[in-house]
Design a protein around this ligand. Sequence first.
Ligand code: GLY
Length: 420
Amino acid sequence: MNILILGSGGREHSLAWAIKQNPKCDRLIVAPGNAGIAEIADCADIDILDGGVVATFAEENTIDFVIIGPEAPLAAGLADTLRAAGLLVFGPSAAAAQLEASKSFTKAVCDAAGAPTAAYGHFTDAEAARAYIKAQGAPIVVKADGLAAGKGVIVAMTEAEALSAIDEMFDGGFGAAGAEVVIEDFMEGEEASFFVLCDGKTILPVGTAQDHKRAFDGDTGPNTGGMGAYSPAPVMTEAVTHKALAEIIRPTMDEMAKRGTPFQGVLFCGLMIQNGQPRLVEYNVRFGDPECQCLMMRLGGQVLDLLHACAEERLDQMQVNWADDHALTIVMAAKGYPGAYERGTEIKGLQSLPEDSVHMVFHAGTRLADGKMTAAGGRVLNVTARGTTLAEAHERAYAMAQTIDWPQGFYRSDIGWRAL
Ligand code: GLY
């Protein structure tokens, strides 16, 4: 099978790494990819937001299966364009990708499906939004309705913070994403990420994880795209998993099918769990980054069979073969991230690290320049390890991180603290 993966981050590197292990993979191309991905697959510098370009590229390269990694092309309708061109695609239609691309859409679907989530208001003008915040009080959560690269959610601990978030959104601080806002009740509890594949009918869980959103140790500092993750998430007990499937995910998938826009792809369910009761925080319509890196380390080559069956609506014939193991990933980021940071700094020491079924450094933002590995983004490397216990995975990952020589980078020293 000739496979094309779209995306350029650590998520796509880990997908490529796992898929490459499956003997059904003949040729693997990642577009646009990065310097780490280029070590295991062909990379192609094409515009993945342009459906016509991707469809032509796939035809020219006799691609049998396209896997779409990030949310932006999904929300822009790439899966629809590629399917219309006759390609087999993993990833939801633009209509189904609304579950991530519009917070108010998701809230309306949850209302119709009876799925437990926070009470909310949806606003298209600042005055009404301000009045709602003053009536509700803080803490309160202000969300830009549209896609805002992980930056559109403000958990306001004071009324002043919430009002200032409204000003920023309606003043265009979040671009078109902030033209409408959703304001939600603050939910107490422990967060977890639950990933399921859905082919429009069958739902198949493929793992749980916990992310670390804040930049610095002790969950302090600014919000980021994620500074590290581990899988499985202990808070996702069998009982919580069962409730999440029965009360949240199944009703949502049924509602999407009823609307004539069935969901096909991976549904990333951000859950808040309190006293054994899960409630939906948000849906995303792609694998989490860096959660995916832990899931791929644990699933390995079978992931190709699972994604392929999902795209062919055969998930009812599939099962996941679980190893009783743990994985942990540490994000190494450029100093300054998530604010301004330097690009082009050299990273040394990667060659001496092991690369096997329990150790892997996935590249998130790297570039090879004059034969040197350099940083080319905010989140740069995902140092990932597997173990029979979380403590073992943690020890292995930190031992690797310590040998990477990159003075302009930083990482959290407490990934996994909650479970350890
Ligand atoms: N790690 C969170 C996300 O991928 O949205």
